[in-house]
Structures are given as structure tokens and as C-alpha cells.
Write a protein that binds this ligand. Structure first.
Ligand SMILES: Cc1cc2nc3c(=O)[nH]c(=O)nc-3n(C[C@H](O)[C@H](O)[C@H](O)COP(=O)(O)OP(=O)(O)OC[C@H]3O[C@@H](n4cnc5c(N)ncnc54)[C@H](O)[C@@H]3O)c2cc1C
Length: 319
């Protein structure tokens, strides 16, 4: 069986779970197995995972799972995988998934690959899967030879496919143990737009903005599109923007459908986190800016003139 851990937040499935279960179903087809999904804690729409190809949805609601903790979550997922006889465990390549991957691999004595982006093959019984390496400049093929395999799925690697209907959820009795970490408070960032790692539309800006007081035009452009805002590293380092907006090699790696970059030079360290975006639009007044080489569309002009015009055009088109 292929087991997909379906992440949730505020009692609802995260968007990335539809991708993960679609991927789990396709992996299960390659291996001639069933795909099951696992949710931890109370999740009201867990049965919807059936729509994306899960033939069973299991839920563990032990007290220790109310807040994410990599120790208790690892115990719960590993014990569920053992009880269900899972041969492949799939997680989203999120902060949560990344922190679980190594622990789970050790617990299950499994080979692991992080950030896979293709449906596995199993020709001649050799399980192979691809992932981006060298900051997205190359694609590597990994063969996993262990009996049990654990992988995180890179976001936006495939489109969620509805292939079934919602199904009933069965409860599993699993003791996740106790953690050495006690969560005393959780503050979630709330907003109307998707968080950066899950965003499909991103508007980003860099040092070309000259100062934090000028960011209104970026926020207005993002607002007109329903996009999430991001920034280059120096901008976060100077304190013009919050650190969670910093994208790149040392920041968040994103893969949106549209990435608009204004006043960002396109240094290799920045590109490392954004060059898997499906469509890149660069606004920069320097024709020699390296970002233009990575762009699908480039506007060589002053961003302070172009960005408000773009916002007005989008608002007009939407109206
Ligand atoms: C180990 C290491 C890790 C790093 N990790 C990251 C990372 O994760 N993310 C990251 O972003 N950087 C990272 N960096 C920094 C990176 O090398 C660059 O210095 C940084 O990305 C540059 O930011 P910027 O493009 O905003 O600024 P600049 O390089 O100063 O570029 C500003 C751009 O704005 C343009 N501009 C100026 N005024 C206007 C205007 N009015 N209209 C239009 N365009 C204008 C300029 O032509 C220029 O191209 C890292 C560096 C190191 C050494």
C-alpha cells in the first residue's frame, strides 16, 4: 500500500494534500497497490481525499496530536504505516513534511528522497524517481532499493485530479507517545491569500524599491491579482519586509504558476528559489540585469511607472 500523510490546518485539509493524494494514487498504480490517506487530529473534510484517489482515509485523533510536533507525528505516522503494511509513505515537501522525512525514514528503516517531482517508475522492479538538484539547474534520478520508501513531494509538481468521490473516514487507535516538547501557544498568520510556499501567484520585489515606504504599489499589484507578496533577501535583511517573504536559496523555494519580480537583479541565489516558477515576469530598468535571462516576459523600464499601470490594467480587465 501507498500511504499519504495529508496535512491539515485549523481542522481543514491543506491545498497541497490534493496534490499529494493524486501523486499517491499514481504511484500506487505504478506499483499495483492501493493508495490510502492518513490524517492526524480532527479534520472535518478528511473524507474528500477519496475524490483524489484515496481508497481509504484513516484518522488518528489522540490528544498528543492537537499541535504539530515532529516526534509525536513521526510516531503516529510510522505506527500507522506499520499497521497498514505501507510500502511507500508520501508527504508534502512543506516545513512539516521536511521535518518528518528523516525521522520517519529512520523509524521505518526506509530509503528516502526529499522534493520528488515526477511519478516514480518501477521497471524491472527498480523504483526510481526524479528531483531537482543544484538549485534547479539539473534533474537527478534516484533509485530507492529499500523495502519501504519515504518521499516528500515538491509543491506544484502535478495538478490535483479528481478521480473518485468523498469516502468515509475510519479511526485508527495509535499511541503517538509523549513529546519532549510542550507547545504552549500557536499563532498562525492569517490572510486572504495563500501562504508563500503554496501560492500560485506571487508578486515579489527587491532593492530597486528604494525603501519600505514604496511597497504600497507592490501590495496593490498583488491585491489586484489575489497574489502573495515575496521579496529578495537583502530587503528582508534590512528589515524592509518580514523574513518569511524572503525567497531564494536561503529563503523559501517556490514554484508558483506566475512569479512577477520588480526591482530584483536575479542573482543566482535568488533564482535558486524561484526558477521553477511556470511563468516569470521581470520588471527591471537595467537591460543587463541577469534576471532577464530567466524571464518568460521582461519589461525593461522603471518599476515605479510600470507597476501602477499594470495594476490598473489588471483591475480594468477584471472589472
Ligand atoms: C550565501 C548567499 C545566499 C544568498 N541567498 C539569497 C536568497 O535566498 N535570496 C536572495 O534574494 N538573495 C540571496 N542572496 C543575495 C544575492 O546574492 C543578491 O545579493 C540579492 O538577491 C540581490 O537582491 P536584489 O536583487 O533585491 O538587489 P540588487 O542586486 O541591488 O538589485 C536591485 C535591482 O533593481 C533594479 N532597479 C533599481 N531601481 C529600479 C527601478 N526604479 N525600476 C526597475 N528596476 C530597478 C536594478 O537594476 C537592480 O537590478 C544570497 C547571497 C549569498 C552570498
Amino acid at each position: 500500500m501507498v500511504l499519504v500523510y495529508a496535512e491539515s490546518q485549523d481542522g481543514k485539509l491543506k491545498k497541497s494534500t490534493a496534490e499529494a493524494v493524486t501523486y499517491g494514487k499514481k504511484t500506487a498504480e505504478v506499483l499495483g497497490m492501493d493508495c490510502a490517506a492518513l490524517v492526524l487530529g480532527s479534520v472535518s473534510d478528511a473524507g474528500d481525499l477519496g475524490k483524489y484517489g484515496a481508497s481509504a482515509v484513516h484518522q488518528i485523533t489522540s490528544d498528543g496530536l492537537a499541535h504539530f510536533d515532529s516526534q509525536t507525528y513521526t510516531q503516529a505516522i510510522a505506527k500507522a504505516a506499520e499497521q497498514l503494511g505501507a510500502k511507500v509513505v508520501i508527504l508534502s515537501h512543506s516545513t512539516t513534511g521536511k521535518s518528518l522525512l528523516g525521522r520517519l525514514a529512520v523509524r521505518l528503516n526506509a530509503g528516502s528522497v526529499s522534493g520528488v517531482n515526477s511519478i516514480p517508475t518501477n521497471d524491472g522492479g527498480t523504483f526510481k524517481v526524479n528531483k531537482n538538484v543544484f538549485s534547479g539547474k539539473a534533474l537527478a534520478e534516484y533509485a530507492i532499493s529499500s523495502d519501504i520508501k519515504v518521499m516528500t513531494l515538491s509543491g506544484n509538481s502535478l495538478k490535483p485530479e479528481e478521480s473518485g468521490a468523498a469516502i468515509s473516514v475510519s479511526t485508527m487507535e495509535v499511541d503517538p507517545g509523549t513529546s519532549r516538547v510542550r507547545v504552549t501557544d500557536v499563532t498562525l498568520q492569517k490572510g486572504d491569500v495563500a501562504p508563500l510556499p503554496e501560492a500560485e501567484l506571487v508578486v515579489s520585489a527587491g532593492r530597486g524599491m528604494k525603501g519600505p515606504e514604496n511597497w504600497t504599489i507592490i501590495e496593490e499589484l498583488a491585491d489586484s491579482l489575489g497574489a502573495t507578496t515575496a521579496c529578495s533577501r537583502p530587503v528582508a535583511d534590512i528589515g524592509w519586509r518580514p523574513h518569511h517573504e524572503h525567497v531564494g536559496q536561503t529563503g523559501v523555494a517556490i514554484k508558483p504558476n506566475l512569479y512577477i519580480a520588480a526591482g530584483i537583479s536575479g542573482a543566482i541565489q535568488h533564482l535558486a528559489g524561484v526558477n521553477s516558477s511556470k511563468c516569470i515576469v521581470v520588471i527591471n530598468k537595467d537591460p543587463e540585469a541577469p534576471f532577464f535571462k530567466a524571464a518568460d516576459y521582461g519589461v525593461c523600464a522603471d518599476l515605479f511607472e510600470v507597476v501602477p499601470k499594470l495594476t490598473a490594467a489588471i483591475r480594468k480587465a477584471k472589472a
